[in-house]
Design a protein around this ligand. Structure first.
Ligand SMILES: Cc1cc2nc3c(=O)[nH]c(=O)nc-3n(C[C@H](O)[C@H](O)[C@H](O)COP(=O)(O)OP(=O)(O)OC[C@H]3O[C@@H](n4cnc5c(N)ncnc54)[C@H](O)[C@@H]3O)c2cc1C
Length: 568
């Protein structure tokens, strides 16, 4: 009898810091077998993205390095997750070990939910220990939804799980892992097996816990400055004005709690700088939105795949109505719509797998409202490109931008790409970077269409105003129909859907007024401290005083900005 062995099954929690499963498994001197299963199912899904796969493999390599520094390594097995873990468990038992399984709960597609259930059943049937941890805060039951926020913050404030200093490795004399008969992959094998994905990836976002820590470090060091207003500018965000942590949070190379606690600590250091503390507060809100999106999918796994309200089922379907729509979809995907900011964004998305929130939202309303194409197509294309692709956020956001969510609000937002170009990329740095055909043309040239017929850049594929009026009205009418039904149901005793919608509206309004209040308070504090002069040093536009002034003036318009919270 060889005694106990702790199998740690990594999934989207590819870190050692604040990782409940590894922290608990590594206590004491029981050998630990850290593993990741490359399950072909995930690589055959329509949502697959080369950027994401590459980021995953880099994160695995970094995890392996960090485990080796602690005396262990990462074992990468290949096969169906359930079959691999079943065989591993059997083989370990055959070799005289008593395995205990450790892994962290995660939000999953139905395949993942079934997989986890099957594995938990296997362990319970065999009376083997199984330990489920939390990757980030998840409330297991839906009954106490109203308590989510309090419980969430209480979790965030708790001490992090300690990072193991040493992780005991299985004794090679008693356990020969290659002999277990489970297909194993080296990093070279991974790259070869998935070469078609690997080669298409990019270096813009690199995976791994080490890089996640570096990204958070540099963000809190200086990149956070002006976060709250730079966040909407595509060029500044490409250059690092937001954290760029999204792929890390998606793959769990950093925990939300870690990011939150370090941000809080930094805000405490900067307590006498109202602008900095305001910026960091806006950032922390977004960390919560991430986790609340995950929570929503966890409690309601179907919410992101179907129209939230059936009134939209004829409007938003998975079939493309006509060839005109197909052509529009292709133009949108390829960055050839003739709307410079839309095209720059779509090319950026394809090239680096990322773009900022506003550009994602703007291109989403362009596709759904202006092109009249269902959000399903856009959401899938985003998932095929995004390095941070996360169904819980992506598919929900697409429904939100398509005008489906929060129907009790009388209005919904349609982004105007021309207005955004004037306000968010007036110097055309972003457009010129991604749309070389337009280099040499100024903003007035673009607005007057002076490039038309003179370069290889298309004329607009549609009339923005006309499509906004027609399709916007259609969506607006459907929202009114949802509203009427919910109100009718509520008056006739069936109120659960109405109450949920009312809660969504309340959360949105509360967030807006709290943010406006925080903004006013920060401006007043600055005034009191004599700090209301234009501009802290701008990291992203070195030496360009004109831009600095322009951007700072835009900051003053922040209280008119409407960045929707995403936790309703
Ligand atoms: C149509 C659409 C699809 C989107 N799809 C995704 C997606 O698949 N994965 C994803 O991580 N984000 C998605 N977002 C949200 C947002 O655009 C990205 O999280 C953000 O741009 C990532 O950059 P960052 O890490 O520098 O963000 P920061 O501004 O530094 O924000 C910090 C973190 O907060 C979280 N966050 C920020 N905004 C949101 C939001 N609106 N909702 C939930 N969490 C948020 C992210 O984890 C992000 O890393 C989507 C937005 C839209 C409009």
């Amino acid at each position: 009898m060889n005694g106990p062995i702790h199998v740690v099954w990594f999934r989207r929690d590819l870190r050692l810091r604040d990782n409940e499963a590894i922290a608990r498994a590594a206590i004491g001197d029981v050998p630990v077998l850290p593993c990741f299963v490359v399950d072909p199912w995930f690589y055959e899904q329509p949502e697959i993205s080369a950027h994401r796969v590459r980021f995953l493999f880099e994160s695995l390599a970094d995890l392996d390095t960090n485990l080796r520094e602690r005396g262990n390594q990462l074992y990468i097995f290949s096969g169906t997750s359930v079959a691999v873990l079943q065989k591993l468990t059997q083989q370990l038992q055959a070799q005289g070990y008593r395995p205990a399984l450790f892994f962290n709960r995660d939000v999953q597609v139905p395949y993942g939910v079934d997989r986890d259930r099957a594995i938990a059943r296997l362990y319970r049937e065999q009376k083997l220990p199984i330990h489920l941890g939390l990757n980030y805060f998840l409330q297991p039951d839906g009954d106490r939804r109203s308590e989510w926020r309090d419980r969430y913050y209480s979790y965030l404030r708790q001490p992090q799980h300690p990072t193991p200093k040493c992780i005991v490795s299985p004794n090679p004399l008693t356990l020969d892992i290659p002999q277990l008969g489970i297909p194993q992959l080296s990093f070279a094998d991974l790259q070869q097996k998935y070469a078609h994905l690997w080669e298409n990836g990019t270096d813009f976002f690199r995976g791994g816990e080490t890089r996640a820590q570096a990204a958070l470090g540099s963000f809190l060091e200086s990149r956070y400055q002006g976060y709250h207003w730079k966040i909407s500018h595509p060029w500044l965000t490409q250059r690092g004005a937001t954290s760029h942590l999204s792929p890390h949070l998606t793959w769990g190379t950093i925990s939300t709690r870690d990011a939150y606690q370090r941000t809080k600590a930094r805000a405490a250091e900067l307590a006498d700088n109202p602008k900095a503390t305001f910026a960091l507060k806006q950032f922390r809100d977004r960390l919560r939105w991430r986790d609340s999106a995950a929570q929503r999918l966890y409690l309601d796994p179907h919410c992101v795949h179907h129209n939230l309200y059936p009134e939209f089922d004829d409007c938003y379907t998975e079939t493309l109505p006509t060839d005109v729509h197909l052509n529009r979809l292709q133009a949108w995907q390829n960055g050839r719509t003739g709307f410079p900011l839309v095209d720059a964004t779509m090319r950026q998305l394809r090239a680096i797998g990322w773009t900022n929130f506003r550009m994602r939202a703007m291109c989403a309303t362009f596709l759904t409202i202006n092109c009249g194409i269902s959000w399903h197509h856009g959401a899938l294309h985003y998932m095929n490109c995004l390095v941070d692709g996360d169904l819980a956020i992506d598919h929900w956001q697409w429904q939100a931008q398509a005008g489906i969510t929060n129907p009790l609000a009388k209005t919904f937002r349609i982004y105007n790409p021309t207005k955004n170009l004037q306000e968010k990329d007036a110097d055309l740095r972003f457009v010129h970077y991604w749309v070389p055909e337009l280099r040499g043309y100024s903003l007035p040239d673009l607005l007057a269409g002076r490039y038309l017929g003179k370069c290889n850049y298309p004329a607009p594929i549609l009339d923005w105003n006309a499509t906004r009026l027609i399709n916007g009205k259609r969506v607006s009418d459907l929202r009114a129909a949802v509203r009427d039904r919910l109100q009718h149901d509520q008056q006739h005793g069936s109120s659960s859907e109405y109450l949920r919608a009312a809660k969504a509206k309340e959360i949105t309004e509360k967030y807006r007024s709290a943010k406006d209040e925080q903004f006013r308070a920060y401006k007043q504090q600055e005034l009191a401290l004599g700090l209301n002069r234009p501009g802290n040093a701008d990291n992203y536009l070195p030496g360009n005083k004109n831009h600095q002034r322009t951007y700072e003036q835009q900051e003053l318009t922040l209280d008119r900005e409407r960045v929707e919270p995403d936790e309703s």
